[in-house]
Design a protein around this ligand. Structure first.
Ligand code: XMP
Length: 519
C-alpha cells in the first residue's frame, strides 16, 4: 500500500492460515497499522515498504514439503524484527538450519505452558500461561543462536527467540482470545521489539481508504446497491466522499423492511450534502407482494425475494448503463465464510450475490473486505453516519419475508413491523439503563391464530414470537435471558397497540437445533 510508505506499520505475511486477518486486526487494535501481504512478497518490495516488523502467519502446510510456501532467506538479514506464528514459527526454524518434525498426535486447543524466560518477547508473562494450539508439526531442533523460552508437556519448543537478530517464534496463536496473554505477546513484539509508537486510529484508515479509492476510481462511474444495512451504508458513505455524483446508489424498497427503515435510509442518503451521490430510490413494494402472494414455503419465499431483487436491480442498471465499478459491502467474515467453509446450505442466503451478472461493469470494489464488523461500525461513525444506522442489528437480505411464517400480506407486514418496533424500543430502553445488549432481537409473526378476550369481546387473532439471542459468531446461539418484567411490558404493549395480534410467545430455542431466523 503506497500510502503506508511514510508510516510505521507491521507487515503480516500470509502463509494460508485462517487467522491471518485476525493477526492484522489485533495489531491494529493495539494501536499500530498492520496489513496482510502474500507470503511471496519480494525482498525488494519489503525493503521499499520498510515495515517496522514482519509477522509470518500460520498455515495448513508442512514446511518439510518442498511444495509448501517458503521465504527467501534474505528476509532474515534485513534487520527487520520477525515474529513467526505456528507454521510461521516452524518456517523460521526450518529456514535457519533448525528442524521440524511431524508428531503422530496433533495438539489442539487450550494448552498449559511453562514460560522459561520472560525477558524478551514474553516479557511480563507469568510462569504458567494458557495458550491456544493447533498443530501437528513441531520444532524439533532449534536454530543456532536461539533459545527456548516456553514449553509444554507435549511440545518442548513452544517459543524460541534470538534477541540479537530480533527473530521470535511461537508455536501457538497469540491472536486468538483463548491465548490468555496473547495481546501481551503481540504488544511486546510491536512496541518493545519493533519500537513502534501507538499511532493507529480509525481516522487513519479512513484517510488511507479515501486516498486509495480516489486513486483507483478517479473520475470513473461506480454503482452500489444500498440495502440500508450497516455494511452497504458504510460503503455508500465512504464512496460518496471520493466519487461524489459519479457514485450511483440504488435503494430498492421491497416492502419487507423494518418500521421507519425506508425513511432512515432516505433521510441519510437522499439529497444529503454530507453524502453527495446520485441516489435512486425504487419503490418495488407492490411487485414483491404480488410475486409472494400465497407462497408459504420458506425456501421458495427466499428465492422469489432474491430473484425479484435482481430483476429490479437489472432494470435500474440498464437505465444507468455501463459503469466502471460495482461496489459491494463484503466484510472480512463474509470472505472467510465463502472461502473457507464448504458447509451444507442450511438456508439460501440472499444478499447481492447475483448482481454482478446483471450489471455492465469492469471491476468489483470491496473497500471493507479486510474489516471486521465492529471496525466497520467505527468507520461508519467516523464518516458521520448516525448511531442508528451504524449500530443496526444484523438484518437478513429477505427482510421481514422470513419473519412472517407462511404467506405474506400487507396486513401481516404492518403487524410484524409494529410489534418489532415495540420490542426494539423496550430493549433499547433497558440497554440504556445498563442491561447488556443481546446480539440480535426481533419479533416474528406466526401463522397461528388463537382465541383471546379483549374488553368484553372475543378475539381471534395472530400470535407473535419474540426472538432474542446471544452469540459470538451467529454459528451457534442461545436465547437471551431477558428480564421477566421486560418481556411482560413488551407483551402488554404489543397486544394493546398492534392491531391483529392477541398473543405473544418467547422463543427459548438455541441454535442448533433452531436457527436465529424463523425461516
Ligand atoms: P440463521 O437464521 O441462519 O441466521 O441462524 C444467522 C445470521 O444470519 C442472518 N441471516 C441472513 N443474513 N441474508 C443475510 O444477509 C440472509 O438470507 C440471511 N438469513 C439469515 C440472521 O439474521 C442472523 O444474523
Amino acid at each position: 500500500m503506497d500510502s503506508m510508505k511514510q508510516k510505521q506499520f507491521i507487515m503480516v505475511l500470509d502463509f494460508g492460515g485462517q487467522y491471518n486477518q485476525l493477526i492484522a486486526r489485533r495489531v491494529r487494535d493495539l494501536g499500530v497499522y498492520a496489513e496482510v501481504f502474500p507470503y511471496n512478497t519480494s525482498i525488494d518490495e519489503i525493503k521499499n515498504l520498510s515495515p517496522r516488523g514482519i509477522i509470518f502467519t500460520g498455515g495448513p502446510n508442512s514446511v518439510n514439503d518442498t511444495q509448501s510456501p517458503h521465504v527467501d532467506k534474505k528476509i532474515f538479514d534485513l534487520g527487520i524484527p520477525i515474529l513467526g506464528i505456528c507454521y510461521g514459527a516452524q518456517l523460521i526454524a526450518w529456514s535457519l538450519d533448525g528442524a521440524v518434525v511431524t508428531d503422530n498426535k496433533s495438539e489442539y486447543g487450550r494448552t498449559v505452558t511453562e514460560v522459561i524466560s520472560n525477558d524478551g518477547l514474553l516479557s511480563g508473562l507469568g510462569i504458567e500461561e494458557i495458550v491456544w494450539m493447533s498443530h501437528t508439526d513441531r520444532i524439533d531442533k532449534i536454530p543456532n543462536g536461539f533459545k527456548i523460552t516456553q514449553k509444554s508437556n507435549q511440545c518442548p519448543v513452544c517459543a524460541i527467540e534470538n534477541d540479537d537478530k530480533k527473530i521470535y517464534a511461537v508455536q501457538y496463536h497469540p491472536e486468538v482470545k483463548h491465548t490468555v496473554n496473547g495481546d501481551k505477546v503481540l504488544s511486546n513484539f510491536i512496541y518493545k521489539i519493533c519500537g513502534c509508537e501507538n499511532s493507529w486510529k480509525m481516522t487513519d484508515f479512513l484517510e488511507l481508504a479515501k486516498n486509495e479509492l480516489k486513486e483507483k476510481i478517479g473520475g470513473k462511474k461506480i454503482l452500489c446497491a444500498l440495502s440500508g444495512g450497516v455494511d452497504s451504508s458504510v460503503v455508500a458513505a465512504l464512496l460518496s466522499k471520493v466519487a461524489s455524483t459519479n457514485l450511483t446508489c440504488v435503494f430498492v424498497n421491497h416492502g419487507l423492511l423494518r418500521k421507519n427503515e425506508e425513511k432512515e435510509v432516505r433521510d441519510t442518503f437522499e439529497n444529503n450534502k454530507m453524502f453527495p451521490m446520485n441516489f435512486v430510490y425504487v419503490d418495488a413494494r407492490s411487485r414483491f407482494l404480488a410475486a409472494l402472494k400465497g407462497v408459504t414455503e420458506p425456501e421458495q419465499k427466499r428465492k422469489i425475494i432474491g430473484n425479484e431483487f435482481i430483476k429490479v436491480f437489472e432494470e435500474e442498471a440498464k437505465k444507468i448503463g455501463k459503469v466502471d465499478f460495482l461496489a459491494q459491502g463484503t466484510i472480512y467474515p463474509d470472505v472467510i465464510e465463502s472461502g473457507l467453509k464448504g458447509s451444507a446450505t442450511i438456508k439460501s442466503h440472499h444478499n447481492v450475490g447475483g448482481l454482478p451478472s446483471v450489471v455492465d461493469f469492469e471491476e468489483i470494489v470491496e473497500p471493507l473486505r479486510f474489516l471486521f464488523k465492529d471496525e466497520v461500525r467505527k468507520l461508519g461513525l467516523e464518516l458521520g453516519l448516525s448511531d442508528k444506522i451504524v449500530n443496526r442489528q444484523p438484518f437478513p437480505g429477505p427482510g421481514l419475508g422470513i419473519r412472517i411464517i407462511s404467506d405474506i400480506t400487507e396486513e401481516k407486514i404492518k403487524m410484524v413491523q409494529d410489534a418489532d418496533f415495540i420490542l426494539r424500543e423496550e430493549i433499547d430502553n433497558y440497554v440504556s439503563n445498563g442491561m447488556s445488549k443481546p446480539s440480535q432481537y426481533y419479533v416474528a409473526l406466526t401463522n397461528m391464530k388463537t382465541v383471546g378476550v379483549m374488553g368484553d369481546f372475543r378475539t381471534y387473532n395472530y400470535a407473535c414470537v419474540i426472538r432474542s439471542v446471544d452469540t459470538e459468531d451467529f454459528m451457534t446461539a442461545n436465547a437471551t435471558k431477558l428480564p421477566y418484567d421486560l418481556l411482560e411490558k413488551v407483551m402488554t404493549r404489543i397486544v394493546n397497540e398492534v392491531k391483529g395480534i392477541n398473543r405473544v410467545f418467547y422463543d427459548l430455542t438455541s441454535k442448533p437445533p433452531g436457527t436465529v431466523e424463523m425461516e
